[in-house]
Design a protein around this ligand. Structure first.
Ligand code: FAD
Ligand code: DLZ
Ligand code: SF4
Length: 520
């Protein structure tokens, strides 16, 4: 007989998790469960599944080493029901528990299940707030309440004030400005020394999980070779330390750059650890601020990095919980084209897309501008149905959970929320990719051409996007300049662009739903 079964989900691997507080080592049992439902609700990248299963197993070992009773259900346990609810229910019966304690989840889908458990189970299911964020959901609601338009920049300033981050003693922003982006976003100079990303060799637990994942999820997009993620809080702390010393000083300058063979540049690759609970965002922000105060990194880099976590990460979570479940169903640009098959294979002659999808397949990682301005921009210009591109992003990145993926894809990339999250779509022609990367130098297409057999497809798609969405976007004050460009265009050129885009779209092969691969 035990008092409580305390459930810990795969992205809740934090020792200070709300559902672990007040744990009685003599009375309570902690439950972790590897279940097929979570591993397949989208076809997750095998490295994402391996990272989480290995991190869950390491976490269970750490709890046991502290004398905590842990019930760990492996994927291949013969009695595994395959669902979180099934496993929690079995555990309650097995341990004769009088209650279950869970922490608020990261996805609406799981939250719906938890509410169902509260109705169905014979014992009470207590749901604790997930307080591993700077901004409680209620605080975000209070901030958003009554505002017609939400803007990250203003939310971010409130977070800086609330949490006393990068502020002078009299409450002003350090350096006299809230935002130093004007100093960031440089193109990458040749010959710059770029740090290798932090990597850990798989230990015995990870090796066992890699074998399991290889045998059970072979059909999912993504390679397992070269797996480099750490699987413990200690490993995540080492990854943070590596980034603070090697990446942070130039993080701001080259935040938006992209280069062949340099997939991670000065980025931190910390999102899988932060999102799974191995690294507290408050620790990350404090380490970055301290690096600036000690003179190890400049303010433009540190402010820019902190803004991603204290600003964007908290802002998208706030929007997710404010707007769900309806948020996922909007389609403001009425986009209905299918996702092209090359998103699941990387086989395309467009070098920028082949590079980003190829590295995604190898690493389960791409940095922000690659996600936004290459795979995202292409889906926006093409008019892919939001749900199809959302499923892709949720599946292929090691850091993907719906609370963070959906606002970024649905709002920031696809503008499917009509401009609630961001004021205008980030639509761009091939020129942007040429400016920020070296991808175009090795492409079969010519980025300077808009029509003709060798023209960069992004160019015709860009103008076609503006024409197709004229009724919806022309009145947007931030789109005035681009529509001026369209107005100045000769009607014959417009027709030629439309025809070029039409031919290109007609030649695309749609992906098969869900796994993206043809059933065999
Ligand atoms: P860095 O560039 O080193 O940034 C530092 C940290 O800031 C990140 O680790 C992350 O925690 C946070 N961050 C930065 N940008 C964002 C953002 N826009 N939203 C939320 N947090 C941010 N991030 C996810 O964690 N999961 C996702 O599923 C996800 N999907 C995305 C989909 C699209 C289309 C886009 C445009 C962005 C998405 N992002 C997502 C945000 C961002 O791309 C990743 O957080 C970042 O690339 C992770 O790499 P990093 O740790 O090296 O980040
Ligand atoms: C992503 C994921 C995967 C692949 N597998 C599991 C699992 O087997 N068990 C588990 O508890 N959690 C898993 N997760 C993370 C959950 O999907 C995540 O907790 C919810 O989506 C809520 O964010
Ligand atoms: Fe991409 Fe166009 Fe450049 Fe080719 S030319 S890499 S398709 S932007």
């Amino acid at each position: 007989m035990s008092d409580a079964v305390r459930l810990v989900l795969g992205d809740q691997l934090s020792r200070n998790l709300a559902s672990l507080r007040g744990l009685d080592k003599d009375q309570d049992v902690v439950l972790l469960a590897e279940v097929m439902a979570e591993a397949t609700y989208v076809p997750h990248h095998p490295q994402k599944i391996a990272f989480l299963f290995s991190a869950m197993r390491h976490f269970a070992e750490e709890l046991r080493a502290d004398g905590i009773l842990v019930d760990y259900i492996r994927l291949d346990d013969p009695d595994n029901t395959g669902t979180l609810g099934g496993e929690l229910s079995r555990a309650i019966a097995r341990h004769g528990a009088c209650r279950a304690i869970v922490t608020f989840p990261g996805e609406w889908r799981v939250w719906k299940q938890m509410r169902q458990w509260q109705q169905d189970f014979a014992v009470p299911v207590e749901v604790k707030d997930d307080d591993r964020f700077f901004c409680p959901i209620a605080r975000f609601r209070a901030w958003a309440d009554g505002r017609k338009q939400l803007r990250m920049e203003f939310f971010y300033r409130e977070m800086r004030r609330d949490h006393q981050i990068l502020l002078t003693p009299d409450g002003q922003p350090e350096g006299g400005q809230w935002n130093f982006d004007a100093e960031n976003r440089k193109a990458l100079p040749k010959g710059l020394n770029i740090p290798a990303p932090y990597r850990e060799e798989p230990d015995a637990i990870t090796a066992e999980v890699l074998a399991l994942v290889a045998s059970r999820f072979a059909g999912h997009f993504g390679k397992l070779d070269g797996f480099f993620y750490a699987a413990t809080a200690a490993g995540a702390a080492r990854a943070l330390d590596h980034f603070i010393h090697h990446g942070l000083p130039l993080f701001g300058d080259y935040q938006d750059a992209m280069a062949m063979g340099q997939e991670t540049l000065f980025h931190s690759i910390l999102s899988p650890y932060i999102n799974a609970g191995l690294l507290d965002p408050r620790t990350v922000v404090a380490a970055a601020e301290e690096a600036w105060r000690q003179g190890h990194a400049p303010l433009n880099a540190v402010e820019g990095f902190i803004r991603q976590i204290l600003g964007w990460r908290e802002y998208v979570r706030g929007i997710y919980w404010l707007k769900m479940p309806g948020y996922a169903d909007t389609n403001a640009l009425n986009a209905h084209r299918p996702l092209p098959d090359f998103y699941w294979t990387g086989r395309t002659e467009m070098n920028c897309l082949a590079q980003v999808i190829g590295q995604t397949e190898r690493l389960a990682y791409a940095h922000h501008i690659q996600r936004l301005m290459v795979t995202g921009n292409f889906a926006l210009l093409l008019g892919v149905e939001p749900a199809q591109i959302e499923e892709w992003y949720l599946a292929v990145y090691a850091d993907a959970y719906e609370w963070v993926e959906l606002p970024n894809v649905h709002g920031m990339v696809m503008h499917a929320d009509g401009g609630y999250l961001g004021s205008k779509p980030y639509a761009a022609s091939g020129k942007y990719i040429q400016r920020m990367s070296d991808y175009c130098t090795k492409c079969r297409y010519d980025v300077k051409e808009t029509t003709g057999p060798t023209a960069c497809p992004f160019n015709a798609l860009y103008w076609n996007f503006l024409m197709e969405n004229e009724g919806r976007l022309r009145s947007n004050p931030r789109m005035g300049l681009v529509y001026k460009g369209l107005d100045g265009m000769d009607p014959a050129k417009r027709d030629a662009i439309r025809a070029q885009a039409g031919r290109f779209i007609a030649g695309l092969v749609p992906a098969y739903p869900a796994t993206g691969t043809e059933p065999t």
